[in-house]
Design a protein around this ligand. Structure first.
Ligand code: MSP
Length: 507
């Protein structure tokens, strides 16, 4: 793989409400992606954070009779906690109320203003506070937004961004860079939206105050989406475009914004148009995932059926949640969160397949070899099933990774475990040892080797359990990287007694 610097971002989360499973999902995708890239020896910066301004947050705070700042402080902490609980290795966490971010937003605004890309006018039209989005009359369905959110009529002075001017350039972008929006059917949606005609975008509000003030006109606050999108640059040191990180990750790196399907337009239309207007480089990819439903139903605060991932860790480990969310749906598709399905998936893949393999093999090592990895006669390798082709596995996983095919990656790993389980059954080492001890040693050695590669490959996905597997095999920390992937397990090492790494849910 070509050496690249990867900048992986989640959307930043509104602080009007606590985290739910959909938020955890985006974070998991980005975390797994960046851990895999690091495993493949790439340079990665993975960032996330909270979106704290705007009318939605102001209204939520009002309802709770606290200040927006207090609400932001409290909820932002829950999102940080989500990262800790879910084991995210993010390199930075933005809060849009931070000074570094205000500097970046006002600098971007001023840049656009100086280039004549922003003008003062007045807006009259529909606005949805829940979506923090403007809608045209023609978009509404029975008087409400297509998302199902209520809208209100807004009439106020407003600054506008000359979005309409960028229509052709955007269409060229989608055509010239077919992977800019992934998966491609999302790109088609965006193309038809842009072709239907872009109007200039209202980018300031005067009827509330919780936001970053427009430079030189403090009666306006900057539209929350302009504020939020700028975070991608803030964390690279913008407005200083000469600094190392900006050059490395934004100008010369591969930057990917992972988002949910509901915020595609903001990322695939408004954001590139703003960057084109500011004459700044564009992100390289917008990767769009689907939505999680709860037992078939849309999750919403009003129905009261949102799933809090932090509370969920009382029943399931972070690894089990990470595993299920990636295994259950293909990237881009909607998924159904259902505890019964989760238990079934954990039991069959983790407990019965991988867990069982480890348990059977390590117990055998303790029963027959006093816990020591057996010495093997390498000439006998040809007599039994070959080990998987390491280079091929690494290549296949890397290919799937760039297409966000996490469940295909899991299938490769599960397939190794299933084959290893059949290998035990077929070679029956408990019988074989009576007739051919040399060959039995080979079988066991190979099984341990299978487990080693399973442990290594699982590290980005379920880091704690993968570490437990590698600890079980006494693989030194420095030998858990891609460079040591092909260096086989060492004979003569004493293994600890098998600990249950993948507990099974009964009932
Ligand atoms: N603040 C904006 C994003 C600004 S990014 C510059 C925002 N915040 S959000 O909190 O409403 O949503 C954050 C992310 O969560 C979005 O990508 C959204 O798609 C995702 N999800 C919200 N509900 C979801 C599900 N039920 N399932 C999966 N993802 C979901 O939008």
């Amino acid at each position: 793989m070509q050496d690249k610097n990867f900048y992986i971002t989640t959307p930043i989360y509104y602080v009007n409400d606590v985290p739910h499973i959909g938020h955890a999902y985006t974070g998991i995708i980005c975390d797994v992606m960046s851990r895999f890239l690091k495993f493949y020896d790439q340079d990665v910066k993975f960032v996330t954070g909270t979106d704290e301004h705007g009318q939605k947050v102001e209204k939520a705070a009002e309802k709770m009779m606290i200040s927006p700042q207090e609400l932001a402080d409290k909820t932002s902490e829950s999102f940080r906690q989500l990262g800790q609980v879910m084991n995210f290795q993010n390199d930075d966490f933005i809060r849009t109320t931070e000074k570094r971010h205000k500097n970046a937003v006002t600098a971007l605004w001023s840049l656009l203003y100086e280039k004549g890309e922003i003008y003062l006018g007045s807006y009259s039209g529909w606005y949805s506070v829940r979506d923090e989005a403007f809608y045209q009359e023609k978009d509404l369905i029975d008087g409400i937004a297509p998302t199902g959110s209520p809208v209100e009529w807004v009439e106020e002075p407003s600054y506008f961004f000359r979005l309409s001017k960028w229509q052709e350039k955007l269409l060229e972008l989608y055509e010239n860079q077919p992977n800019f929006i992934f998966p491609s059917h999302r790109c088609n949606e965006v193309i038809s939206f842009v072709k239907s005609g872009l109007t200039d975008l209202s980018i300031s509000r005067t009827s509330f105050s919780w936001g970053i003030k427009v430079p030189n006109n403090s009666s306006h606050v900057i539209y929350v989406w302009i504020d939020a999108l700028t975070y991608y640059l803030t964390l690279l040191g913008f407005p200083d475009t000469q600094n190392h990180e900006y050059k490395k990750f934004w100008e010369n790196g591969f930057s990917t914004h992972v988002i949910g399907k509901d915020i595609l337009r903001f990322h695939a239309v408004y954001w590139p148009a703003i960057l084109l207007a500011a004459e700044l480089p564009l992100p390289k990819q917008i990767a769009v995932h689907g939505w999680w439903l709860n037992e078939g139903q849309k999750m919403s605060k009003s129905i009261g059926n949102t799933i809090n991932p932090i509370s969920l860790t009382a029943e399931f480990s972070a690894d089990q949640i990470r595993y299920f969310l990636l295994k259950e749906v293909s990237f881009g598709k909607d998924g159904n969160f259902c505890k019964a399905a989760m238990i079934k998936c954990i039991n069959s893949d983790l407990a019965n397949n991988i867990g069982n393999l480890i348990q059977r093999t390590v117990s055998f090592v303790h029963r027959e070899y006093r816990g020591f990895i057996p010495e093997v006669d390498y000439n006998l390798f040809v007599e039994s099933e070959e080990l998987p082709n390491y280079e091929e596995i690494l290549k296949q996983i890397r290919d799937h990774l760039f297409k966000y095919e996490f469940n295909s990656i899991l299938s490769i790993i599960l397939d190794i475990a299933s084959k290893a389980n059949s290998y035990i059954d077929q070679s029956a080492p408990w019988k074989l040892k009576k007739t051919n001890l040399q060959l039995t040693n080979v079988v066991i050695y190979k099984l341990l080797e299978y487990i080693r590669i399973i442990g290594i490959l699982l590290q980005p996905i379920i880091p704690s359990s993968a570490n437990a597997i590698l600890d079980q095999l006494q693989i030194p920390n420095k030998k858990r990287d891609v460079k040591h992937f092909t260096s086989k397990i060492q004979s003569g090492i004493l293994l600890p007694i098998a600990k249950p790494i993948f507990p099974k849910f009964e009932n």
